[in-house]
Design a protein around this ligand. Structure first.
Ligand SMILES: *Cc1c(COP(=O)(O)O)cnc(C)c1O
Length: 405
């Protein structure tokens, strides 16, 4: 299969490096493998673990971040999934949550311990901005919304308090890269949280956990990839922030359940082949759209309308992912056509094996006023497509139907 994102680290290889050295692959984390060892870990639903004596219990208390005592703190499968994800971030500490939003909640709570204002740069996932507003109200601090890193600089020079910065890259649905390395150099003393969900896994050339204090990603999208789990993680190089995230999770009870952790580990095993084919299909769709006279704007990382970001994109990521956004000519009745597709599904979410299509004005931004939609650059002719693993002919046949008119 053609692969034009060579150099992308293999998720499987990274995980195996760590786990082979621990004597385990994807199976149970153990040093020895007796004959007949299962290939996959057992799904153990126990939420309480027993201890033979006070001494053993004391050891577990002393080592609570890696031991298993009570299900709200941790479980074998969560620890294993966290080790896998940590391997993708140069062994930085990972905390796994029951959704991407729970991870963002934890990251904001940890970051707000030392902040007088929250600065949001660019657009964010709708629930993230709702949560930021709520948290700012609860803390009686201001949240400010800045459209670019340059406007952040102006803000920073006028404000001398402690700033929590929240940024998403690539952006949704316009797939613009935010220069998080530059942001860090301009804001060395701010606490920086970066949501990199739209990158997918192992697509971070820069090692953003080295620039942002906390990196978050929803595993509900690319990582899970099958539309059957909600999950999210936060990764940090700071031991202190890791403890805050972990304690928040333990207090709130927003840890990932064992079954979802199992499914996430299962999904990581096929990540490389999934993403390779999805990106391959997405590139073919991009070519198709470019040659179609009914499409008047296309957004993809580092190309088409985002061509000006080519260098930044190539320095930041290995590939542009499987999501693309495009505007359809007003002569096309997109509201009617979207109901006649054969294999693509109109559903929220992206990055999965299923081709999903949505009009953001009717899905993620439903209920906004025309003014709010216009301010976000959205209209009802703008389509977001997440390209899946279906045969390319099926995907292109649906695009023909969508653009028919
Ligand atoms: C989906 C998404 C989230 C929320 O993740 P959930 O797992 O649905 O809670 C946060 N940020 C971005 C960029 C997302 O796409």
């Amino acid at each position: 299969m053609a692969c034009d994102h060579e150099g992308r680290p293999s998720v499987t290889a990274l995980i195996h490096q760590v786990h082979l050295s621990a004597g385990a692959t994807f199976g149970p984390v153990s040093m020895s493998r007796p004959p007949g060892t299962p290939l996959v870990p057992a799904i153990n639903l126990s939420c309480a673990n027993e201890f033979a004596d006070i001494g053993a219990l004391g050891l577990a208390h002393g080592d609570k971040y890696v031991s298993v005592r009570y299900g709200r703190d941790s479980s074998d499968l969560v620890i294993q999934a966290e080790r896998h994800l940590s391997a993708l971030h140069e062994s930085s500490s990972v905390c796994l949550f029951q959704s991407g939003m729970a991870a963002i909640d934890a990251a904001l709570t940890a970051g707000l311990r030392n902040a007088d204002v929250i600065a949001v740069i660019g657009s964010t996932y709708r629930k993230s901005s709702d949560l930021i507003k709520l948290k700012a109200e609860e803390r009686r601090i201001q949240s400010v919304y800045l459209d670019s890193i340059d406007s952040f600089l102006d803000f920073r020079s006028a404000f001398h308090g402690r700033v929590l910065v929240f940024v998403e890259s690539p952006s949704n649905p316009f797939l613009e890269i935010r220069d998080i390395r530059k942001l860090r150099s301009l804001a060395p003393d701010c606490l920086l949280i970066a949501d990199i969900t739209l990158q997918g896994l192992a697509n971070d050339r820069l090692g953003l956990h080295g620039f942002a204090d906390i990196v978050v990603s929803s595993c509900t999208k690319y990582a899970g990839g099958h539309n059957d789990i909600l999950a999210g993680y936060a990764v940090t190089a700071s031991e202190c922030l890791f403890r805050d995230l972990w304690e928040f999770r333990s207090m709130r009870g927003c840890i990932l359940d064992a079954l979802s952790a199992y499914l996430l580990i299962r999904s990581l095993r096929t990540y490389d082949v999934r993403i390779e084919k999805q990106v391959f299909n997405a590139k073919a769709v991009l070519k198709f759209l470019r040659q179609n006279g009914k499409v008047d704007r296309i957004y993809y990382p580092g190309s088409c309308a985002n061509k000006g970001q080519g260098r930044l994109f190539r320095a930041s990521q290995y590939h542009g992912g499987s999501v693309l956004t495009f505007g359809v000519h007003p002569s096309i009745d997109i509201r009617k056509n979207i109901g006649s597709l054969l294999s693509a599904k109109m559903a929220p979410g992206f990055g999965s094996v299923d081709t999903l299509i949505e009009i953001p004005a009717f899905m993620s931004h439903w209920g906004k006023t025309p003014e709010e939609l216009a301010a976000a650059g959205l209209d009802d002719a703008l389509v977001r497509l997440s390209v899946g693993l279906e045969p390319l002919e099926l995907i292109l046949a649906d695009l023909d139907l969508l653009l028919h008119g």
